[in-house]
Design a protein around this ligand. Structure first.
Ligand SMILES: [Zn+2]
Length: 238
């Protein structure tokens, strides 16, 4: 048995994204389901996503404000407990000590058992959108921050050990989550990011086509590479 069926109630989950809307596109149906199951979900949004603005030509400050507002609206639909905006410039993310520290300290504060993040092993470069540099950078930074958070010396505060990654944006999925029941909710979540689309109907068609193409088993699914984090030679902290 894999997937959300193995996640019992009341787990703490941290989702980490590069831009507002990443989580909704990649894992909106699954996270909505987990919220319904009683999990507490937190979200980190690393950049302001101000360069992914599809409607009109607006000043930078307006675009940032709009994307934050849209993310908060989607987070409310998803039932996210808190959104942490790191406020990096869109397309300028770097996996450096500062970014790893920011994410690592939030991991120590929130103490998630499960982390949803971009898959750092996807190096197919088959899509300029999916393999966007910010996605590649946040993927590695999320992975590195999990290491830093469980180490006693790298960051201040008590160590925290994350148990499992749910990597999205993966090219080698090992789990398809059935989100057929939540497809309309998922579309609503994406629609909350109004600045990303000129036309809702074509977006909805595109999203549904994608989600129905991953596996024959379900009408609509989201795909993940689930990785259990093991720490050899050291007793796991329960
Ligand atoms: Zn993105």
């Amino acid at each position: 048995m894999t997937g959300t069926k193995t996640i019992v109630k009341n787990k703490v989950i941290l989702a980490i994204s590069a831009h507002p809307d990443d989580i909704e596109f990649a894992a909106g149906g699954t996270l909505f389901n987990l919220n319904q199951m009683g999990c507490q979900i937190y979200l980190i949004v690393a950049t302001n996503g101000e360069n992914g603005f599809k409607i009109d030509h607006k000043p930078r400050s307006y675009r940032i404000k709009t994307r934050h507002k849209e993310q908060l609206k989607a987070a409310e639909i998803l039932g996210i407990k808190k959104v942490f905006f790191l406020n990096y410039r869109d397309c300028s993310l770097k996996n450096d000590d500062i970014l790893r520290k920011k994410i690592g300290l939030l991991i120590k504060k929130i103490k998630p058992e499960i982390i949803f993040a971009f898959d750092p092993s996807n190096r197919t470069f088959e899509s300029v959108n999916l393999l966007h540099r910010d996605h590649r950078v946040i993927a590695e930074a999320s992975f590195d921050a999990v290491f830093a958070a469980r180490n006693r010396y790298l960051l201040p505060g008590e160590p925290h050990s994350v148990k499992q990654f749910w990597f999205f944006g993966c090219d080698r999925p090992n789990h398809y989550e059935n989100i057929t029941k939540y497809i309309n909710k998922k579309i609503d979540l994406i629609k909350a990011h109004r600045s990303q689309f000129n036309e809702h109907e074509s977006m909805e068609k595109w999203v549904k086509e994608h989600l129905s193409s991953y596996t024959n088993r379900y009408k609509y699914s989201e795909k993940f590479r689930i990785v259990n984090i093991t720490q050899p030679f050291v007793k796991e902290i329960n």
